[in-house]
Design a protein around this ligand. Structure first.
Ligand code: S6P
Ligand code: ZN
Length: 192
């Protein structure tokens, strides 16, 4: 991590859908996402064939303190499990009172959001579009394309932290499904 308090700049998107610099890179393969997709039989059938990378993240890490702004690129690859589009796990920030900005660089998708009062929202991702995730909203990126990466730039407060447990337990209220060449946002029957 570059903890030096010196200005820097870099090309955020190279030809390979990665930033010109990063401190950390991780990949989430299908095998690490058990329980995420609604159609469990389709998940097991896909996994029996292959273990593709569903999404990956390039992080420009910063100290985990208020005042810092960690940022990076999220790349959700194209694909589906059953008829549900590839997506990120989704999370709340551990410190609920922290927001996040996403800016779409490539592809098309949705940011699916919900808060603890049970209100949900979806905002479109397409190149040049910014999505603001207010404090207290869980967020999940969904790739609506079956042949192109969804590439977004994110920036969030250094002290935000991540809470995956609430979403792992409850799921998101809505699912985003491939429906006859288009997409449909439907109720999640397993949502608690
Ligand atoms: C962090 C920010 C992103 C996500 C990334 C992957 O606050 O929202 O870096 O971590 O898009 O999603 P997830 O839900 O697996 O962390
Ligand atoms: Zn976040």
């Amino acid at each position: 991590m570059n903890t030096v308090n010196t200005p820097f700049g870099f090309d955020v998107l190279t030809n390979e859908n990665r930033p010109a610099r990063h401190d950390n890179h991780y990949q989430r393969c299908l095998s690490s996402l058990r329980g995420l997709f609604s159609d469990e039989a389709a998940y097991e059938a896909e996994l029996a064939k292959a273990d593709p990378v569903v999404y990956e993240v390039y992080e420009i890490r910063r100290p985990e303190i208020a005042g810092e702004l960690p940022h990076g690129l999220s790349v959700v690859h194209p694909g589906q499990v059953g008829t549900e589009f590839y997506m990120t796990k989704g999370h709340y920030h551990a410190v609920r009172d922290t927001a996040e900005v996403y800016y779409c660089l490539k592809g098309r998708g949705l940011m699916l959001m919900e808060n603890e009062a049970g209100v949900w929202a979806a905002e479109e991702f397409r190149p040049g579009r910014l999505v603001y995730v207010p404090p207290g909203w869980a967020h999940r990126s969904v790739n609506l394309s079956l042949d192109e990466d969804l590439v977004t730039l994110f920036v969030y407060p250094g002290h935000a932290g991540h809470d995956y447990g609430a979403i792992e337990e409850r799921g998101f209220r809505k699912l985003v499904m491939h429906n006859d060449g288009s997409s449909a946002i439907v109720d999640n029957p397993a949502w608690k």
